[in-house]
Design a binder for this molecule. Structure first.
Ligand code: DAH
Length: 353
């Protein structure tokens, strides 16, 4: 076969292969096979020297025509395949704007903070102010100034966590008041009596700590709300009226209160307050362990000795104090059987409040 015929056959085969290439990669293979270093058409271009002189012009023309035709076809096919591949890539990466979005879960105030707010509002309405005290406290404010000196038996019920200084010494070693995590908000009473003008009408919500293992009715860290009133002519009747009002505000107007004699070092007389059971209304049930009553807080008339230690004249002034556990109130109000449920962060539980 004459070279020019070979060339036209090669050109036709190549144009057919170009038209049949479905991807840019397949097209590139065709290009390399024909026009690459070892390509078939390149071979003809290289061997022009061996072509007899008289045929050289005709063969050269045919090789060139074949090269131009192949290059044009390659270019056109590449443009078509590039565009198709870009379209496919864009389709694959497309975002479906019609898909529904993911709903963000909105948080709510935690039940414990909700109860603190609710009780604070009740007392703000009675003209009280809200005070805060330090969670890291000295032994003096947590115990001593509340009539519980170092050897007082009531301390054994409120063991806590002690804070050492950098050398590892307890403050006691240096003859100073020991530093501890407060076991009760009652120390804020002492700060209020030292710092505020009389009369005092104050509540103090806050965190407290005890060396207790968590169980359905104990937590090593929980919240209390303390109350303190110091004024002229304050009597136990004021205390009763205030706490009865508080219970009716928290639990509902049909609930009754009762005061049971009790002991606290810093109040005299002291009492524990019970509210009538909201499940059985006093009949006795499992919630109230058959008694018809639920214990909700401790209270009493501020011991004159406590007033005196904080520089207040007990001959002229008298006062009352009370303290309640916020987690306990939350559980009683909503019939939660285990204090630990308040801390587990389970949204199914928390969302209910
Ligand atoms: N601080 C006491 C406790 O943690 C509760 C308490 C009882 C507070 C009587 C008071 C009070 O202010 O008068 O057990």
């Amino acid at each position: 076969m004459a070279i020019t015929e070979e060339l036209s056959a090669l050109r036709d085969d190549t144009l057919a292969a170009i038209a049949a290439a479905e991807t840019t990669a397949a097209l590139e293979e065709v290009r390399v096979a024909v026009l690459g270093k070892a390509g078939s058409l390149t071979g003809y271009l290289r061997s022009m020297g061996q072509v007899p002189k008289e045929e050289r012009a005709a063969v050269g023309k045919a090789v060139n025509e074949a090269r131009v035709a192949v290059e044009e076809a390659l270019g056109a096919r590449k443009a078509t395949l590039d565009a198709a591949e870009l379209d496919a890539a864009m389709d694959a990466a497309a975002v479906d704007v019609t898909l529904p979005g993911r709903v963000q879960q909105r948080g709510t105030r935690h039940l414990i903070n909700g109860i603190i707010d609710e009780i604070s509002e009740i007392f703000l309405g009675l003209g009280y102010s809200v005070a805060e005290g330090p969670e890291v406290e000295t032994d003096y404010y947590n115990f001593e100034a509340l009539n519980a000196p170092a050897d007082h038996p009531s301390r054994s019920m409120q063991d806590t966590f002690y804070v050492l200084d950098r050398s590892g010494d307890a403050a006691r070693v240096r003859g100073e008041s020991e530093v501890l995590l407060r076991t009760q908000t009652s120390g804020v009473q002492v700060h209020a009596m030292e710092d505020q003008e009389l009369p005092i009408y104050v509540i103090a919500p806050g965190k407290v700590y005890r060396r207790d293992v968590a169980d359905p009715s104990h937590l090593p860290q929980f919240h209390q709300i303390e109350g303190l009133v110091v004024d002229e002519g304050i009597t136990f009747a004021d205390l009763k009226g205030t706490l009865d009002y508080l219970c009716k505000q928290i639990f509902g107007p049909e609930r009754k209160t009762r005061f049971r004699a009790h002991y606290f070092p810093f109040t005299e007389p002291s009492a524990e307050v019970d509210v009538s059971c909201g499940i059985c209304h006093g009949e006795g049930c499992r919630m109230c362990k058959g008694t018809g009553w639920l214990e909700i807080l401790g209270c009493g008339m501020v011991d004159p000795n406590v007033l005196g230690m904080s520089g207040i004249d007990p001959e002229r002034y008298s006062g009352f104090a009370f303290g309640m556990g916020v987690e306990r109130i939350a559980c009683l109000k909503y019939n939660v059987p285990d204090l630990r449920m308040l801390l587990e962060g389970d949204m199914r539980f928390l969302r209910q409040f």
